[in-house]
Design a protein around this ligand. Sequence first.
Ligand SMILES: [Zn+2]
Length: 372
Amino acid sequence: MNWLTNLIRPRIRSLVEPKEVPDNLWQKCSSCEGMLFNRDLIENMNVCYHCGHHLRIPVKDRLEQLFDEGKYDNITLPDVAHDPLKFKDRRKYADRIKDSRAKTGLQDAITIAKGTMGGLPVVIAAFNFSYMGGSMGTGVGEAILKAAEEAVKAKAALIAIPASGGARMQEGMLSLVQMPRSIIAVEMVKEAGLPYIVLLTDPTTGGVSASFAMVGDIHIAEPGSTIGFAGRRVIEETVRETLPDDFQTAEYLLEHGIVDMVVKRQELRETIIRIISLLTKAPAQEAVKKGNGTKGNGGKRGKAGNPKANGKALPGGEKAALKTEQKELAAKALKQVKAAQKTAQKSSKSLSAKEDLKEDTGQNAPGRSQAS
Ligand SMILES: [Zn+2]
């Protein structure tokens, strides 16, 4: 009967069963479960075109979306002693590192890069969530310091883009020490009078949210991102209360003054350029046009990223138009800053409430008090 099971059955099965779609063509939206065609999804900057849910994106795509013409220079990460504790749980920590490196092709859970945005110098430190949950160990802390040093050296704005589950527990105390260290790093940038902007993405939690990610000059968040310290369930079980549905989301934090603005991925680049330009009082050399690098552009910068196309080279009429456009943008941004100041006043209240909550839950972050 072997020929029946070995030959006939698979034949029949192949006739009856639906053909599987190659998994690199389609994927499902984790929010609305709508089917997403990968090519369209990439064109839409990995934002679901059914419900607007912002899916996580690889760091490489993120950097291409933000920098002028999608071009940037990677900064080599400092060498650190990995696995100083020779840690082992179910598996060796050294093996986990090896696996993550092979899977992502990256050295650690952070990538630092420099380039320009709107012609203005920028250093970006972005987390790789796919590398051990974007956890912060010695290597990541060292990289944040390096990014800050590079920003000071180049008189550039520093943008941190966390996507992290928190501290890397395999490094024990050494990972916790990175919290105050990262604070020292961004203090260097602030003391140099340079902007420090945080773009909170999904998820920003634990030790990362309790350190450098919460001390930016301006906090931007992507819609729907989970941002918090301890997990929802832990808090609920400790305070024995049901938390609101939108607890620990970007929108909830905006309402309570922790986040200054929630910005769609398609508008991130122009928003950040506008903020840097305002904070440094340097005009962005590239006209901040809507639609630049957004839908239909494959996430890559279009022709707009010509930093030399400003000022001298332009004929009078265009120059005037550019000026009025800049004025309008400045007015719009001023409004946003004023709104941010208002929420900041509110936030001092909610912050103290938050601290109380943490004390209640016994989840007070060690880095928090040092941070402020
Ligand atoms: Zn969706």
